[in-house]
Design a protein around this ligand. Structure first.
Ligand SMILES: *[C@@H]1O[C@H](CO)[C@@H](O)[C@H](O)[C@H]1NC(C)=O
Ligand SMILES: *[C@@H]1O[C@H](CO)[C@@H](O)[C@H](O)[C@H]1NC(C)=O
Ligand SMILES: *[C@@H]1O[C@H](CO)[C@@H](O)[C@H](O)[C@H]1NC(C)=O
Ligand SMILES: *[C@@H]1O[C@H](CO)[C@@H](O)[C@H](O)[C@H]1NC(C)=O
Ligand SMILES: *[C@@H]1O[C@H](CO)[C@@H](O)[C@H](O)[C@H]1NC(C)=O
Length: 432
């Protein structure tokens, strides 16, 4: 019984993690461990060393080490670091990718000032627009003054202000490391318990969806392409991304990765030769391919003539997608706000394209078929009070054993139920 030990672990896990204190220390005790719940995971992105009343948090990508001490504790002296009193009461935000880490920890109310308000997508973030101060982008002195009034500023730039914290989650190469940043954000708020729960939920969901999808026998070839037009700074370029996490998503979704050493092409002809056998294209060009003129525009970007169109399977079978299905009223894409964290949703979106029979009745969040889907706009009106209070992580029902018909060819494959799948259904049913 493979799942019994996991079951025991699960029960321990739920009983064991309590919340680190949200209160300031009134009578400091040098001997007391003020952080009973610790992030002890190994991550290529971050590490957290726990002392009794402070934590030393290292961001391995930006080489930034930060000391976080419980408010009311003796202020620790650690050379070469910035220190912050925690739990932070409020923050500034200069980067869209950190937003979903905040709302999945229930920390929306902590955001007091921002430079990225116009890019908010989540309905409950959009509804906060009037409460969040727009950082002054014209006057740096004024902006720094605004930043000095909050506990910390999460930014892409560790030098943005004296209290800036670098948040380079997008520079993490693996799916797991991208999720792990939740533990980093949580450390500033003593929410380790919640972060452990959220990241386990996402990672378990990834595992159970890919368990079924990756076992398919027919694996269409997926390429992540982009076109950048001629500009003052650069020539026209056609490229194919081989970022580790993207290839890992393709593998996990039951696709064949398109992996090449040189992914950048200076002529459309070379690019077209490279992608001639690709089945599915995820087009990451910044220009939105609107449904109406999608094929014409797409072919224009990639210099594919009308006569050539039928030579490419992704055009013939209408398998071109962009990362802009769900957007805000002002056209910002949810992809840039939450896809770095919600790897389970990215993967499920991709499975619904690469192995569609694995996820039935699934509605995608990020990936839009440019030929037959319009963008979906969300506004603050869909933020309900309950949602704002809980902001649960969306999980996908783990696919069960069944006959999987693979696409785009029609061969099929039988699966037997794995114990893992049963365990996933269990996890899902208890809401983990
Ligand atoms: C961080 O430090 C490592 C090793 O000391 C170095 O190779 C890397 O370039 C540094 N990264 C940054 C962003 O400074
Ligand atoms: C910090 O640096 C100062 C001088 O640079 C040194 O005297 C002191 O011992 C250092 N403290 C620690 C805890 O390393
Ligand atoms: C910028 O802001 C500072 C501080 O609020 C103010 O003293 C200064 O006059 C402002 N500068 C301009 C050019 O508006
Ligand atoms: C653009 O291409 C031309 C011709 O190959 C080359 O001379 C030039 O340096 C390129 N410009 C840039 C910005 O790469
Ligand atoms: C892609 O190719 C590189 C270099 O050959 C290799 O290191 C890497 O493991 C490959 N990735 C996948 C997912 O196959």
């Amino acid at each position: 019984m493979k799942f019994l030990p996991s079951l025991v672990l699960l029960i321990q896990f739920q009983a064991f993690f309590s919340q680190n204190s949200q209160e300031c220390i009134t009578e400091f005790n040098k001997e007391k461990d003020y952080f009973p719940t610790k992030f002890t995971g190994q991550s290529s992105a971050i590490s957290i060393e726990y002392k009794l009343s402070y934590k030393v948090v290292t961001n391995k990508i930006s080489n930034q080490t930060i000391v976080l001490y419980q408010c009311g504790a003796e202020v620790p002296v650690v050379n070469g670091t910035k220190s912050f009193e925690i739990p932070l009461k409020n923050v500034g935000v200069e980067d869209t990718t950190v937003l979903s880490y905040f709302y999945s920890l229930g920390l929306l109310d902590k955001i007091k000032i921002s430079t990225v308000e116009e890019y908010f997508v989540h309905p409950c973030l959009q509804s906060k627009n009037d409460d969040i101060i727009n950082a002054n982008s014209q006057n740096k002195t004024e902006k720094l003054k605004q930043y000095s009034e909050v506990g910390a500023v999460f930014s892409w730039d560790k030098k943005a202000s004296d209290n800036a914290i670098a948040f380079p989650a997008t520079k993490s190469e693996t799916i797991e490391a991208r999720v792990d940043w939740i533990n980093f954000v949580a450390a500033f708020f003593n929410l380790e318990d919640k972060a452990i729960e959220v990241s386990a939920k996402i990672k378990n969901n990834i595992k159970c969806v890919s368990e079924v999808a990756a076992a398919a026998s027919t694996k269409p070839v997926v390429a992540w392409t982009s076109y950048s037009p001629l500009s003052e700074l650069a020539n026209e370029t056609w490229s194919i991304s081989t970022a580790t996490y993207k290839l890992d998503y393709v593998k996990a979704a039951g696709g064949t990765v398109f992996n090449i050493t040189t992914g950048s092409f200076s002529t459309a002809a070379d690019f077209k030769t490279a992608i001639k056998d690709v089945d599915i294209v995820i087009d990451e060009s910044f220009i939105v391919l609107g449904k109406g003129a999608a094929q014409k525009t797409f072919s224009k970007f990639y210099s594919i003539s009308e006569a050539e169109e039928s030579n490419f399977k992704f055009i013939k079978n209408k398998q071109v997608y962009q990362e802009n299905l769900l957007t805000s009223a002002s056209d910002s894409s949810a992809w840039f706000e939450s896809a770095v964290l919600l790897g389970n949703v990215v993967l499920s979106d991709l499975v619904s394209i690469v192995q569609p029979s694995v996820l039935t009745d699934y509605k995608r969040t990020y990936l839009r078929n440019v030929f037959d889907q319009e963008q979906v706009k969300v506004t603050s009106e869909t933020c309900s009070k309950t949602e704002e209070a809980t902001l649960t992580i969306p999980t996908v029902a783990c696919p069960s054993s069944k006959t999987v018909t693979t696409t785009p060819t029609s061969s099929s494959l039988k699966y037997t139920a794995s114990l893992w799948t049963i365990f996933c259904i269990f996890l899902y049913s208890v809401g983990i």
